[in-house]
Design a protein around this ligand. Structure first.
Ligand code: C2E
Ligand code: MG
Ligand code: MG
Length: 554
């Protein structure tokens, strides 16, 4: 157990030693001979003092002056102070209380009273400002102290707010037990406080969420990356602890909570948790931000108002550069906020169960577009629709898909289904019959985001897929990590052995394309060829490619 720290400020060595004897079994004691020395220790800021025991009459800087300084001190005015003094005149006491002292002991000290009152004061103060587990601030304490600091500071642009969370904290808790989880939290809290960031204030907000306020100049991602992923030993387990950070640089004086929200929001924009486990807030994020409660309250009206639109991203055959297929990707064109990316509202819809309505909408839309284009004699390609794990619990939706496959056998060629491994759990719960049924009826299934999760291979072993999609986070690492090209080659070979075709997602550069071409990857999806396009633009894209004989017949 980490001991709580107490600072004893007294010019009499005998007094300090006496108090130390009474308290050192339970507390970690630091001593100072006068107010100035104590102030210097506090300013160094490598302690987390829970209490100061303060003599009033001392050379250099007396207790009153010290209280005054502490009161002005922007870093940590919230450490409670108990006066220990021979001078118990009413006048001195009044003055000391007026300057913020909270209690008073007279000499000679009674060990049992000292220990109880010390404990009481620490508890009283800790509950409201401190996180009991880690000793750093709690939400309340952080907001108060950071608010005070920001309001006093002339130029707030020198500072940054950072929001941290620990990767897989729930899993850590279940593997190592709660005591292991606590150990990790203390480790992270310590790590943040002692890091090169040298933060002004650190808090644990809840669970594995930490915030800190630091000087902008000290926010150094290279050094953060070096500290990320340290190995921790606990009860015979060795564990790698990784964190992610969202950063909001202060621009003007705003309430602290706004910067905390911004830093937290930035977390959602981390694209690769390993290569770049941090993101900085920018104005666009706030504009895009949709609160989960707002999503679900607005969803049905927005759907009725036609605010959801389907975009189409072409997928090209690698060897010929012809259009082979496309993926339907939903967009929310919000009247006030503009285009909102699916990553920002799909998780909320999944939580509330609305996602299946949206998926069904996309599916029907795609079906009607294909039918219409065919009827008009326009070029078409197979289009894949994303299914959420929730869809496997929605009997109506599944029935509709099955009915269409049964009644309209052509539809299995036109519409394909993309499934991620997040559906694995749902499928295993006796629902694997659904996928088998769909396959029996001729549906083409794509394994989406291959390589991002733990059970991608499990999925392949249990279900048959027609096409495997290599996730874009892997494609991005092709030129960064020397092992990745081998892994990608192996995935492609394995897929071909299993009679699956392979799509590489997120291909942006010519060198990625060339590598994938040589490795035998069948199809390419990515900005290199095209971003997801609104319906009319996709129609034009197809027409243009038809004119150049660049559409694959199916
Ligand atoms: P996904 O199914 O893996 O879709 C591919 C995502 O990669 C799309 O993001 C696409 O815009 C993006 N992308 C494609 N090529 C590139 C590239 O070269 N560079 C970069 N940076 N990105 C590229 P999007 O549209 O934001 O969709 C995100 C995820 O949201 C999708 O990932 C999918 O899981 C989900 N989603 C989208 N539409 C639907 C839907 O109708 N229903 C369900 N259930 N999920 C959907
Ligand atoms: Mg997909
Ligand atoms: Mg994908």
């Amino acid at each position: 157990m980490v001991k709580k720290e107490i600072l004893i400020v007294d010019d009499s060595e005998i007094n300090r030693s006496m108090l130390r004897l009474m308290l050192e079994e339970e507390y970690d004691i630091t001593e100072a001979e006068n107010g100035a020395e104590a102030m210097a220790i506090i300013e160094k800021d490598d302690h987390i003092f829970r209490l100061i025991l303060l003599d009033l009459v001392m050379p250099v800087m007396d207790g009153f002056q010290f209280l005054q300084e502490l009161g002005n001190h922007k870093l940590d005015p919230e450490i409670p102070v108990i006066i220990i003094s021979g001078d118990s005149s009413e006048e001195s006491l009044d003055k000391a209380y007026g300057l913020g002292a909270v209690d008073f002991f007279t000499k000679p000290f009674n060990p049992s009273i000292v220990s109880h009152r010390v404990q009481n004061v620490i508890n009283l103060y800790s509950h409201s400002y401190r996180d009991m587990l880690t000793g750093c601030y709690n939400r309340n304490g952080f907001i108060q102290i950071a608010e005070k600091f920001i309001q006093k500071e002339e130029d707030v642009t020198k500072y940054s707010m950072m929001f941290f969370d620990i990767k897989n904290f729930k899993a850590i808790n279940s593997i190592m037990g709660n005591s292991g989880g606590d150990y990790v939290l203390k480790f992270i809290s310590n790590g943040i406080q002692k890091s090169n960031l040298n933060p002004l204030f650190v808090a644990r907000l809840e669970a594995d969420h930490f915030v800190c306020l630091a000087e902008k100049g000290l926010v150094n991602y290279t050094s953060m990356m070096e500290e990320n992923g340290s190995l921790l030993e606990f009860n015979g387990h060795t564990l790698q602890v990784r964190f992610r950070a969202g950063v909001a640089h202060l621009d003007i004086k705003r309430p602290v909570v706004e910067f905390m929200d911004r830093a937290k929001l930035a977390l959602n924009y981390i694209e690769d948790e390993y290569l770049k486990p941090y993101a900085e807030f920018d104005g666009k994020m706030a504009q895009n931000y949709v609160n989960a409660a707002v999503v679900t309250s607005e969803f049905e009206t927005s759907l009725d108002n036609g605010e959801f639109q389907v975009y189409y991203q072409p997928v090209m055959e690698t060897s010929t550069g012809k259009v082979a297929s496309a993926e339907a990707l939903v967009r929310w064109i919000h009247p006030d906020r503009g285009l909102i990316r699916p990553d920002l509202f799909i998780p909320a819809l999944e939580k509330d169960g609305y996602i299946s309505r949206l998926d069904l909408f996309v599916d029907m839309k795609v079906n009607s577009v294909i039918k219409k284009w065919k009827a008009d004699g326009l070029p078409v390609v197979p289009i894949s629709v994303n299914l959420s794990w929730m869809d496997f619990y929605d009997a109506d939706m599944i029935q509709l898909i099955k009915d269409r496959l049964e009644n309209d056998p052509n539809s299995s060629k036109d519409i394909r289904y993309e499934i991620t491994e997040s559906s694995y759990a749902a499928l295993k719960e006796n629902r694997s019959i659904i996928l088998r049924e769909m396959r029996r009826l001729g549906a083409q299934l794509l394994m989406d985001d291959f390589g991002t999760g733990y059970s991608s291979l499990g999925m392949l072993m249990h279900y048959q897929f027609n096409i495997l999609k290599i996730d874009m986070s892997i494609v991005r690492q092709l030129e960064v990590n020397a092992e990745v090209p081998h892994i990608v080659e192996l995935i492609i070979n394995m897929s071909h052995h299993l009679k699956m075709k392979v799509v590489a997602e997120g291909v942006e550069t010519e060198s990625q394309l060339n590598f994938l071409k040589n490795a035998g990857c069948d199809y390419i999806q990515g900005y290199y060829f095209s971003k997801p396009l609104p319906e009319e633009e996709f129609k034009a894209f197809l027409a243009k490619h038809l004119a150049e004989d660049k559409i694959l017949t199916y």
